[in-house]
Design a protein around this ligand. Structure first.
Ligand SMILES: NC(=O)c1ccc[n+]([C@@H]2O[C@H](COP(=O)([O-])OP(=O)(O)OC[C@H]3O[C@@H](n4cnc5c(N)ncnc54)[C@H](OP(=O)(O)O)[C@@H]3O)[C@@H](O)[C@H]2O)c1
Length: 290
């Protein structure tokens, strides 16, 4: 036997619950994480339709038994799994959604790494592009990912304007975070009011959390055509498929700093991997995998 050979400390069974999962990049990211950390294991996809609670509970039983070390959670289960957790981390509790779960002692813990993943990547991009500190952000959309983004920005000291087509949805989000630094306004994708929104206030950051521009609708943008963006604004588009969205392309064409959400995807995955294994995967290996 090769004296340098070390038995792996464990066989890490990891995976993702969601529906559908056909185009998920997570298996590639986590397989690269396992490999680069020298760990044995697999990352499996568990496509479970929203109505199949039996399959969901059977899978969670495998986490409880230790058969599965950790699970990611994506649409449409991020909010519905909350009810099945024994405990939530304060972040998951505040966001009202779980994107990663694991056992601690005899408790099944629901966690959320989307907020920290978003913030980590935003800071990285800002550092690379020489942006100044925290100021004022406009967040478009008020769905699941907006909850994580708003939570992250408020905790990082930003003033946030949340713009949604359904004010009721934005109002619910605002109620759950209850911060005087958050205000809510209405947003209609192709309406002049969107132009007024952008020109009326000096935003330093615009975050798109709507799915506009996502494959196959790659010619869509959450902003009206030919909108003149403030010169110093940073555009962060959570959509990462395609790799360069129309929003990011248009912003760059005007000389603005802009990034898609691929970095957030990598960061939230790396943070979940750390919670499951205690190992920090090198980010370069993860980027190379996708
Ligand atoms: N980079 C990452 O790691 C990451 C993480 C999470 C999500 N994402 C991406 O973020 C996007 C949103 O995901 P999500 O989970 O937040 O979805 P979601 O819960 O469905 O929320 C989407 C939000 O966008 C709004 N919206 C949809 N179409 C709109 C339109 N035409 N005009 C105005 N508003 C519109 C929705 O309003 P209604 O409720 O009225 O439809 C809702 O407020 C997806 O593309 C997803 O892939 C990326």
């Amino acid at each position: 036997m090769n004296p340098n050979y070390q038995l792996p400390i464990a066989n890490y069974q990891l995976g993702l619950i969601g529906y559908p999962l056909d185009h998920s990049l997570s298996p590639r990211i986590h397989s690269a994480a396992l490999k680069s950390c020298g760990l044995a294991g697999d990352y499996s996809l568990f496509p479970i339709p929203p109505e199949d609670r039996q399959a969901l509970q059977a899978l969670l039983a495998r986490v409880r038994s230790g058969d599965i070390r950790g699970l990611n959670v994506t649409i449409p289960h991020k909010q519905s799994v909350v009810a099945f957790m024994d405990d939530l981390t304060p972040t998951a509790q505040a966001i009202g959604a779980v994107n990663a779960m694991y056992m601690r002692g005899n408790k099944l813990i629901g966690d959320n790494t989307d907020a920290a993943g978003f913030l980590a990547d935003l800071k990285k991009v800002n550092k690379e592009t020489g942006a100044q500190g925290n100021k004022s952000a406009l967040v478009l959309g008020a769905g699941g990912s907006a909850r994580a983004v708003v939570y992250a920005l408020l905790n990082d000291g930003w003033n946030v304007t949340l713009a949604a087509r359904r004010l009721e949805q934005a109002g619910q989000l605002a109620k759950s975070v209850a911060s005087y630094r958050l205000q809510v306004t209405s947003y209609e994708t192709f309406q002049p009011s969107t132009l007024q929104l952008l020109s009326g206030q000096a935003f330093d950051l615009l975050v798109n959390t709507t799915p506009l521009g996502m494959t196959p609708n790659i010619d869509q943008s959450p902003l009206p055509e030919n909108i003149l963006l403030p010169k110093d604004i940073m555009i962060y588009d959570l959509v990462y498929n395609p790799r360069e969205t129309k929003l990011v392309r248009d912003a760059k064409a005007q000389g603005c700093r802009a990034a898609t959400g691929i970095g957030m995807l990598i960061e939230q995955a790396a943070l979940a991997f750390e919670l499951w294994t205690g190992h920090t995967p090198p980010r370069t290996a993860l980027y190379q995998a996708i």
